[in-house]
Ligand binder design. Structure first.
Ligand code: SAH
Length: 403
């Protein structure tokens, strides 16, 4: 006989309560003041306010300091199948104009900011990739797979797990990179982005296999690259340089520490040889630590340099150092940027605000005594909405350096 537990009920501190009312989706373990019993991963936790009124309902995760991820706040509701379906439809509606024959890779669901906290769903043509950041999703997975298959009819669905939940996943019979729906994946997954073909390593690659969040910035680089020699620092699979090649770049050089990423970059150029601009562009790869490589003096110079490093501030205390390190990166890159060159500087550090980042880049250019003009700044693309401060990580500045 299974014993039905009473609903899991919590009370939280007044500041945490205000944050939830303001739409923040996280409740940390240290802001929980009362709890009627121990919670199980994935069960719904109902949070009551100081007047004992319903505040919100969320997914409970006993393995994370981020103890409850809010699914709904406001009036009491029942999270039944219809609710989950409606939530999913809301996310899909935001992307209806994104899917075209030219773009078959994009994000369907961006975690918290689409109302599925800690749950990401990416599309690579007919393959979907789920990435989970909390064990709380494990017990909901089958139901969600059914919903996704029913609505999107993919060929296969791959499951990816953030590193910190992989061990608990093993105990639940789940593994990073497993195919959770459809036949085993035997050939590389390919997809289109703005008419260019790319491979995505959905089983082992970084994130879900590709950095879909840079699609719009890549497209802008395409429009700026004609007749230029392009250096793509932290290139991953060559996304920026392939767009630059399609835009008429003379040469494109990918620099990354990962041999695997550079192999993919070569393959991606190979996939697009029917594009005469890509076929004409000289493609080079350099496997190196970008920070060290930029320190070494070199006669090579470029007309367009992209800097897109991994997050340099994973924690708040790393913020100041990250800003300093970024400034240094810009200084070193500018030594290789020709007159009338373009610098494209992106950051994915959530702890560094867009304003701080843009200011730091401009300060670094000024310190190099170069004359410049900011052409553009960008933030999150449509399929990567950022609904709260911590989710807002992506920013990019374009500057023309005239002398
Ligand atoms: N611009 C890419 C995404 C970059 S992600 C795109 O458009 O898809 C960051 C990349 O930096 C990863 O590919 C990672 O392998 C690489 N990387 C991390 N540390 C590095 C280092 N010290 N030197 C060079 N590359 C590094």
């Amino acid at each position: 006989m299974t014993i039905k537990l009473p609903a899991l009920k919590l009370r939280i501190t007044p500041p945490a309560e205000s944050a939830v009312r303001d739409g923040h989706p996280w409740i940390f373990s240290n802001s929980i003041t009362k709890q009627n019993r121990d919670g199980v991963s994935g069960e719904y936790a109902v949070v009551y306010d100081r007047n004992n009124e319903f505040l919100c309902i969320g997914l409970y995760d006993p393995f994370s300091p981020l103890r409850v991820r809010v699914l709904h706040a406001g009036k009491p509701i029942t999270l039944d199948g219809a609710w989950w379906r409606a939530r999913f439809e809301r996310a899909l509606r935001l992307r209806t104009d994104l899917a075209t024959p030219q773009t078959t890779g994009f994000r369907y669901c961006n975690g918290e900011s689409d109302g599925w906290p800690g749950f990401v769903l990416d599309r690579y043509d007919t393959t979907l990739v789920i990435k989970l950041y909390s064990t709380a999703w494990f017990s909901h997975l089958n139901r969600l797979l059914e919903l996704i298959v029913d609505r999107l009819a993919p060929e296969s669905i791959v499951l990816r797990l953030s590193r910190n939940i992989q061990q608990t996943a093993e105990e639940a019979g789940l593994a990073d990179g497993q195919v959770s729906f459809g036949p085993p994946i035997q050939k590389p997954v390919t997809f289109f982005e703005n008419g260019l073909l790319f491979h995505a390593d959905v089983i082992r690659g970084q994130k879900t296999g590709f950095f879909l969040d840079q699609r719009e910035n890549r497209k802008k680089v395409q429009g700026l690259a004609e007749h230029r020699d392009v250096l793509n620092v932290f290139s991953f699979a060559g996304g920026f340089s392939l767009y630059a090649a399609a835009g008429g770049a003379r040469s494109a050089t990918d620099l990354d520490i990962s041999r695997h990423a550079l192999e993919q970059a070569k393959q991606n150029f190979g996939l697009n040889q029917s594009d005469s601009n890509v076929a004409r562009c000289e493609h080079y790869v350099i496997q190196a630590d970008a920070f060290e490589w930029l320190e070494n003096p070199s006669p090579a110079s470029y007309d367009l340099i992209v800097l897109d490093p991994p997050s340099m501030a994973k924690k708040e205390i790393e913020r100041t150092e990250a800003i300093r390190a970024y400034g240094h990166l810009v200084k070193q890159a500018l030594l290789r940027l020709r007159k009338q060159g373009i610098l494209v500087a992106a950051s994915c550090s959530a702890h560094v605000s867009a304003e701080e980042f843009f200011e730091a880049i401009q300060a670094a250019i000024r310190r190099s005594r170069r004359t410049f003009e900011v052409l553009k700044t960008t933030r999150h693309p449509q399929d990567h909405p950022a609904a709260f401060r911590e989710a807002s990580y992506l920013k990019c500045l374009y500057a023309r350096i005239s002398d």
